[in-house]
Design a protein around this ligand. Structure first.
Ligand code: CMC
Length: 444
């Protein structure tokens, strides 16, 4: 693995360059040479660095994984400094323009774009796994009318594991294929049923004649018409949003999918865990939080005061900033374009002006510029969903539908990786040493 390169031209003639890191432990004076592979040292190599034989060995301390690669992946590439996002090598801009969500999901999960017949089979199989068991409907009925649809989604996806017990057979490719069809097929159905339940409307069954996004719109919005015909602009906008949200390498929910999946639990339970991680306002819940923020601000004239509060540390500017992107999120750029197309059909969302003013001020303000805070994927997506007639509580649910493709791809990659084991981080214990148990009547 070690690579040695000779660099000519230095003052002393030839200098040797090795792909290693030399570490001197000043506690012992010992020197260690650790291999560098793919720009990483192995954290376990640090364990060789000990003060004596009884020492556990050095660990790296990295809360929130700021600088720790937890896997080798070939799915999604992000260059946060330059604002680049690619799935399996294909730029997100090209996929958003030329692909469909189902084709992109195939690409993420299988590694290559499908041939025509592969895409037909893939689409057929997912389309024919969109129905949910009638008992799941009853299960959904048990939720209170104002239950958050994300809570309903998390629980119902977990409940799928009780319907498909063979899903536990995770090392059987045939079983994995089946669960993949089911997960991709049923997520929109569960999501739409959760929405209809919250309105007290009858559930609308899937329509196999429609596209993935078109059928989702049908299950959300169909009323008395015999055949629901989705508006092509809205159908395409939703499909593009699904493409943009389909994967994003090792984000919080994907990490949850991999981590929970590493215990070899069935994919429905792992996906429920990923959905739960996505629910939080710092992750997939951010698009909901953005809309709530825009509504709270209420008018363009109140934007400067809100920015002042952000800078004073009182509130966060939701939809801004990203752990990886230190540049404009490429997805935000595409979404902004899609937003205008949707507004052409549905009318301009009055909150857009507030969003544009926030972006204008923030992109010029030192606080945001120095911290490299730019709009992220969630800044404009909520405006589109709202214009389509969806309540804010549904926004993270839409994110979850799309991200299921990435979760499955990452889960399969994790299972196939011989280096992966059950995820089990270490800790630095700074609590009490051994103490005597104190009987309750002696406690103060
Ligand atoms: N508003 C105001 N200040 C911010 C924001 C924000 N949205 N984001 C980061 N900062 C500041 C933060 O206070 C810190 O300042 P200082 O150095 O003075 O302490 C600095 O920028 C670095 O922030 P951080 O919290 O260390 O950055 P992080 O990488 O831990 O957080 C983030 C990333 C996405 C959680 C954060 O930017 C944030 O909370 N954004 C708002 C929520 C949001 O939009 N989330 C959606 C992310 S994109 C979709 C997804 O992947 O789920």
């Amino acid at each position: 693995m070690e690579k040695t390169t000779s660099l000519a031209g230095s003052a002393g003639g030839t200098e040797t360059r090795r792909d290693t890191l030399t570490v001197i432990d000043n506690r012992t004076g010992k020197t260690y040479e650790l291999p560098i592979v793919h720009g990483c040292i192995r954290a376990t190599d640090l364990r060789k660095i000990k003060v004596d034989e009884a020492d556990f060995g050095l660990m790296s301390y990295d809360p929130a994984f700021l600088n720790t690669a937890c896997c080798i992946s070939r799915i999604t590439y992000i260059d946060g400094e330059r604002g680049i996002l690619r799935y399996r090598g294909y730029p997100i801009e090209e996929l958003a323009e030329k692909s469909t969500f189902l084709e992109t999901a195939y690409l993420l999960i299988h590694g290559e774009l499908p041939t025509r017949s592969q895409l037909e089979d893939w689409t057929y199989n997912i389309t024919h796994h969109t129905f949910i068991h009638e008992s799941i409907k009853k299960f959904l009925d048990g939720f209170h009318y104002d239950a958050h649809p994300m809570g309903m989604l998390i629980s119902t996806v977990a409940a799928l594991s009780t319907f498909y017990v063979e899903a536990k057979d995770i090392f059987n490719p045939e079983s994995r294929r089946k669960q993949t069809y089911r997960l991709l097929g049923k997520m929109p159905t569960i999501a739409a049923f959760a929405y209809r339940h919250s309105l007290g409307l009858p559930y609308v069954y899937p329509d196999n004649d429609l596209s993935y996004a078109g059928n989702f719109l049908n299950m959300l919005f169909k009323t008395t018409e015999l055949k629901y015909r989705p508006n092509p602009t809205l159908e395409r906008a939703l499909d593009v949003l699904f493409i943009l949200h389909a994967d994003h390498e090792q984000n919080c929910s994907t990490n949850a999918m991999r981590s929970v999946g590493s215990s070899h639990v069935d994919p429905y339970s792992a996906t429920a865990a990923a959905c739960a991680a996505l629910y939080g306002p710092l992750h997939g819940g951010a698009n909901e939080a953005v809309l709530r923020m825009l509504m709270e601000i209420g008018s363009v004239s109140r934007v400067p005061d809100y920015i002042r509060r952000v800078k004073a540390g009182e509130v966060r500017l939701m939809g801004f900033g990203h752990r990886v992107y230190k540049n404009y999120d490429p997805r935000a750029r595409i979404i902004k374009q899609v937003a205008y197309e949707v507004f052409d059909v549905m009318g301009r969302n009055p909150l857009l002006d507030i969003a544009l003013e926030i972006e204008r001020i923030a992109l010029e303000d030192d606080y945001f510029v120095t911290r490299k805070l730019y709009p992220n994927v969630d800044f404009y997506s909520g405006l589109i969903y709202q214009s389509m007639g969806l309540p804010v509580t549904m926004f993270p649910v839409l994110f979850a539908i799309a991200r299921t493709a990435g979760w499955i791809a990452q889960w399969q990659e994790m299972l196939a990786d011989p280096e992966q084991k059950i995820a089990r981080p270490r800790q630095v214990y700074l609590g009490y040493g051994k103490r005597e148990y104190i009987p309750i009547d002696q406690r103060v």
